[in-house]
Design a protein around this ligand. Structure first.
Ligand code: NDP
Length: 328
């Protein structure tokens, strides 16, 4: 096994998409507690752009990518419950932009037969994120109104669908007229074009002047402050992404003056702390896809070698839904 090599998209130096280079490296070997996965489909996420650009730090060189589905090729010592040939998926382990990846066994979930590899690779990271946001960070009920930014995006469409599954009212924002239909198809009750309309004013108007209970903000710098103005007293700002850049520092006193607000900056990793939590979230998400209750919208597929183009497209706001890399 150790003499065999594989294709991998690697970053040796942080920078633009051109820093993402196709390499031929040794297939890794699973150590104790690890599993070697032969990858079938790879999820592209904004976090890959952050590791490539250097916004998020890593010791270089790295193989990019945090999410994939595939087949168990080999298992390390002590691994139970998985055997070669099992269909699996995972997220939160870097190195998926490759033909094979070594993954801690506890992070892998078995993929139901009714879910194909592309669907599984599309929802492990963004689906589990939507799950923790709507079920744990702010457990939504039919009493709540949520504001969801970038609702036609990969994470956004899933957050909207899960918020609706929990009975909440959803106000969605999107960046272009073409994206309105996607937010509505995901179940949004109201859609705001936030490049043209003031979403704080609209959110207040749609809630009888009160404001929303929670803002799910993946956009960051350009929406954060106005998000605080969209909340009702004691509402919660959940800033979970930086698509437009990281949110600058604020004084805690601001949360006082804006209405005794709650502020959290969650990450998937901290909401998937052990195998039980991964199995709960991924089990729900994959189960809902198998049952047809959750739709995954794949907005584009690219060859592994074209990962840079996927990054360019994702950062340009042109894409909708989930982007995948394939190994065909
Ligand atoms: P999306 O598919 O949502 O793509 C990003 C979208 O953000 C764009 O399509 C665009 O939608 C909107 N956007 C607004 N301003 C900008 C801008 N200046 N540049 C680029 N996009 C912009 O991406 P993802 O679902 O992969 O990720 C969204 C964010 O959520 C990322 O920051 C990611 O890191 C974060 N995230 C965080 C997680 C966590 O656990 N904390 C987990 C998963 C994702 P529009 O045109 O409608 O404005």
């Amino acid at each position: 096994m150790s003499n065999r090599t594989m294709k991998a998209m690697r970053v040796a130096e942080c920078g633009g998409p051109e820093k993402l280079l196709l390499d031929q490296i040794a297939i890794p070997q699973p150590a104790a507690g690890q599993v070697l996965v032969k990858i079938a489909a790879i999820g592209v996420n904004f976090i890959d752009i952050y590791f490539r650009s250097g916004l998020y730090k890593a010791d270089l060189p790295i193989t990019l990518g945090m999410e994939a589905s595939g087949v168990v090729e080999a298992i390390g010592e002590g691994v139970t419950g998985l055997v070669p040939g099992d269909r699996v998926a995972y997220s939160m382990q870097r190195g998926s932009y490759a033909e094979y990846a070594v993954v801690p066994a506890w992070q892998l979930v078995k993929v139901p037969l009714a879910v194909n590899f592309q669907q599984a690779a599309a929802v492990m990271l963004q689906g589990m994120t939507a799950h923790y946001l709507t079920h744990s960070t702010f457990p939504l009920t039919s009493e709540h109104t949520a504001l969801v930014h970038a609702a036609a995006g990969g994470t956004g469409q899933l957050v909207v669908q899960m918020a609706k599954m929990r009975g909440a009212t959803v106000i969605a924002t999107v960046g272009s007229a073409e994206k309105v239909a996607l937010a509505k198809a995901a179940g949004a009750d109201h859609v705001i074009l936030y490049n043209e309309q003031d979403f704080a004013v609209e959110s207040k108007a749609l809630t009888g002047g009160k404001g929303v209970h929670v803002v799910f903000d993946s956009v960051g710098a350009s929406t954060f402050m106005k998000g605080l103005d969209s909340l009702r007293p004691r509402g919660m700002m959940v800033t979970f992404g930086n698509a437009s850049g990281p949110v600058p520092a604020i004084e805690p006193l601001l949360l006082n003056t804006k209405g005794a607000l709650f502020l959290t900056r969650p990450t998937l990793f901290h909401y998937c702390q052990d195998q039980q939590e991964v199995n709960w979230r991924a089990g729900d998400v994959l189960g809902w896809i198998a049952d047809g209750k959750l739709k995954v919208h794949i907005g584009g597929t690219y060859k592994l070698a074209d990962a840079a183009q996927a990054h360019i497209d994702l950062a340009s706001r042109k894409t909708t839904g989930k982007l995948l890399l394939t190994l065909d």
